[in-house]
Design a binder for this molecule. Structure first.
Ligand code: ZN
Length: 493
């Protein structure tokens, strides 16, 4: 079984903010989960480096566009390393290989009659890199980002988007293509207004892939960028890899780029006779003080701050746990701290500490041998089943809620069994809780991998043991010596 997952490519005009990290952490969680299930996973992410916006951003910094792209794509890579993003490929749209694929696709579509030359007259928003309709032409502003925009009038190659109107309506209505479900109507309404053909070249934009036509244009940056999902796995140059992974099983995007992904992207694939992605899931936005977090609003929340202050895993945990994935949520340090102290320090960290204390003091650093309590075996199976379903349904927050039932159960179990008392049958209690915690490390690994590895070390477990989902069924034989202890989560005031 294969699992192909993508994030959008991020523009290199700004450094990574919480929105980028959100999509990427979510994709990483899914990639890790499917690897743990034994799937052959391909996880693609990268940077979008062409277009007028990047050109202008580079000028502002006194750099050439490629200098800016080189610098910022490195910053993205470093950020992904810091929060343990396990991508299989980081693609840059300025790579030769990608550029070749875009040119070939353009040429193929031209030959197939899917493109034609015409005259584009209308408005263009550089910030959104998008052709937009405006209501008041005397004071044109972008309907999406509200910036001033100007009219352009130029010859251009058009993609016959309008011809896919009916088939797209049908796909949106009757398949899992648009996720979550409550977004379907939004996309459908937009399609039903009527689709116009899409200009896919720009006349006066210098920074882009050159069109393979006699008269030179640059290819529209979104047409270029969307094709990365094909070029990233070998389309038109490594057919074996491409056949193995196509189509994407899940593509994650923010809700602001649904039109490109739910309308233009499938139309391009239909014109190329390629199967469509199974699901394209649009997540919500993080809000800070009632507004979307963005560079232009000046309310950027620095991922770096939270990673340095709390650690990469608490940051990942908060993003995936705090709100349901499709909805908007408020990002504040107050909420972050609350979630951190209650879930990670009190519930999870304490459970581990109490158990290690007992093993250390009562059993000289060795996990006692014995039978595992059936209650804990049963709840482990139950949690496994339920959290897997949630995660497969891209409901991260609910998946963690399911796992937390086991955390809460184990803490209560220790309270009730009082294994620290002389009279208690503490061997059975300890080995049972030990088994329960080992299962927690397996279940939580997709969310907080670094923590789970550290905890596995402390418990004297092999890292490999917690990287396979089915391993939760394995019980213990032989004595296990616990490892060196360290405190992972410090309470924050
Ligand atoms: Zn705009």
């Amino acid at each position: 079984m294969k699992f192909y997952i993508t994030t959008p490519l991020y523009y290199v005009n700004a450094e990574p903010h919480v929105g980028h990290t959100y999509t990427t952490v979510a994709a990483d969680c899914l990639a890790r989960f499917y690897r743990m299930k034994g799937y052959d996973v391909f996880f693609l992410t990268g940077t979008d480096e062409h277009g007028q916006k990047i050109y202008e951003a580079s000028k502002k910094e006194g750099l050439t566009p490629i200098e800016l792209a080189d610098r910022v794509s490195e910053i993205f890579k470093n950020m992904w390393e810091k929060i343990n993003i396990s991508y299989d490929r980081f693609i840059r749209t300025t790579e030769k290989q990608h550029e070749e694929v875009v040119k070939k696709v353009f040429k193929n579509l031209l030959e197939k009659g899917e493109l034609y030359k015409g005259e584009y007259k209308g408005f263009y928003c550089v910030h959104c890199e998008s052709y937009v309709n405006v209501e008041d032409k005397t004071k044109p502003i972008c309907p999406d980002c509200k910036r001033d925009i100007s009219e352009i009038s130029e010859t251009s190659y058009f993609f016959k988007l309008s011809k896919y109107q009916n088939i797209l309506e049908n796909i949106i209505e009757n398949t899992e293509f648009v996720k979550p479900d409550f977004r379907k109507n939004e996309v459908l309404n937009f399609v039903k207004i009527g689709l116009s053909d899409l200009s896919i070249t720009r006349r006066n934009v210098a920074w882009g892939i050159e069109s393979p036509t006699d008269e030179k244009y640059t290819i529209y940056v979104w047409f270029d960028a969307l094709l990365n999902y094909l070029s990233g796995i070998g389309y038109l140059y490594d057919e074996e890899t491409f056949k193995k992974y196509w189509p994407p099983d899940v593509q994650l995007i923010g809700k602001d780029i649904m039109r490109f992904h739910h309308i233009i992207w499938p139309a391009i694939l239909l014109s190329l006779n390629l199967p469509l992605p199974k699901k394209i899931f649009a997540h919500g936005w993080w809000i800070s003080g009632k507004e979307k977090i963005s560079k232009s609003k000046g309310n950027i929340i620095s991922p770096e701050y939270f990673i340095n202050e709390y650690g990469p895993d608490p940051f990942r945990f908060f993003l995936l746990r705090e709100i349901p994935f499709g909805l908007d949520g408020e990002f504040s340090e107050e909420n972050f701290k609350k979630r951190y102290n209650s879930d990670l320090v009190n519930d999870f960290g304490n459970l581990l500490n109490r158990t290690l204390n007992l093993i250390e003091k009562k059993f000289n650093d060795y996990v006692p041998e014995g039978e595992i309590d059936n209650q804990i075996i049963e709840i482990s199976y139950d949690v496994y089943k339920k959290f897997s379903e949630k995660i497969e349904n891209i409901s991260f927050s609910e998946a963690i809620e399911e796992i937390w039932k086991l955390v809460v159960f184990l803490n209560k179990y220790l309270d009730e069994k009082t294994p620290w008392r002389e009279t208690a049958n503490s061997e059975k209690t300890i080995i049972s809780v030990f088994y329960g915690i080992r299962n927690l490390l397996i279940f939580l690994y997709p969310f907080i991998p670094q923590t789970c590895e550290k905890m596995a070390n402390m418990l004297g477990l092999k890292i490999e043991e917690i990287k396979k989902l089915g391993n939760f069924k394995i019980k213990y034989s032989g004595r296990i010596k616990i490892g060196k202890r360290e405190i992972i989560f410090y309470r924050k005031k």
